[in-house]
Ligand binder design. Structure first.
Ligand code: DC
Length: 242
């Protein structure tokens, strides 16, 4: 049983980055629970902006004229309540996981005004520390001074199998369930798009601790990251750094 660190000066920022389906969100959520920290899923924020563009029927316009996204960002709000995500006050927790969103999110998240707006929101959300934030650029761009930076990796086949199991558990079956080879291709394509984009590409900060989760269970991943977090919290408390 881990001690909860909800108060005092022992609150740090934990940044967890890595490619699609590397186990970031499950690990981040569970580590946050154990520590009594707030979990912030930044992928859900990029997905929310993408959903907004799609629902307004603006995806083609934005592709042609990227600046047409600006008014839509002005009144944007994204909030987390427990495990639920709210876009402009509407619960979009299920909608942001739809395939139409997954297909466009790499494009929308490559746009400078989108990254700018969300980076500011994320920095504000983490300003009082005591957060576990997962994404692609948290340790490199959003919180390069995060006390603990983790970079999760796993081989593409293993990640495709996890996605498949996730979809099957959600009730997709038969023709609604893509084959594992196709999922692997999609994952590799998204890795490529996220790593090759010009702004805030997916990359490991030199200080980040890399963990390969291919052979690890969720409990093992959570155990490893929680131990690293407790060590860091203790050393920051000792040196008065947090
Ligand atoms: O973690 P996810 O699969 O829900 O993220 C969806 C997309 O959002 C991902 O393909 C890239 C983008 N993203 C990003 O560019 N920066 C982040 N910090 C988090 C996600």
């Amino acid at each position: 049983m881990l001690v909860k660190h909800t108060t005092g000066n022992n609150r740090i920022i934990i940044a967890i980055d890595g490619p699609a389906a590397s186990g970031k969100s499950t690990t981040a959520r569970k580590v946050a629970e154990k520590l009594g920290y707030t979990y912030i899923d930044t992928g859900a924020m990029f997905r929310s902006v993408t959903l907004k563009v799609l629902d307004l029927g603006m995806i083609d316009a934005v592709r042609q004229f990227p600046e047409s996204i600006l008014p839509l960002l002005q009144d944007l709000t994204v909030a987390f309540r427990g495990e639920r995500v709210f876009l402009d006050g509407r619960d979009v927790s299920a909608a942001i996981r739809e395939n139409r969103v997954s297909r466009e999110v790499s494009f929308v998240s490559s746009l400078a005004p989108v990254r700018d707006r969300l980076r500011r929101m994320q920095q504000e959300m983490g300003s009082r520390k005591g957060v576990v934030m997962d994404g692609r650029d948290i340790g490199t761009v959003v919180f390069p001074d995060a006390e603990l930076k983790i970079f999760l990796v796993a081989d593409a086949r293993e990640r495709a199998k996890r996605r498949y199991a996730e979809l099957a558990a959600k009730g997709a079956s038969g023709s609604g369930l893509p084959d594992i080879g196709m999922l692997e291709q999609e994952i590799l394509e998204r890795d490529r798009a996220d790593a090759e984009r010009e702004l805030a590409p997916l990359e490991k900060h030199p200080d980040a601790i890399e963990i390969d989760t291919s052979e690890l269970s969720i409990d093992e991943q959570v155990g490893k990251v929680s131990r690293l977090a407790l060590e860091k919290i203790a050393s920051c408390a000792m040196t008065g750094k947090s």
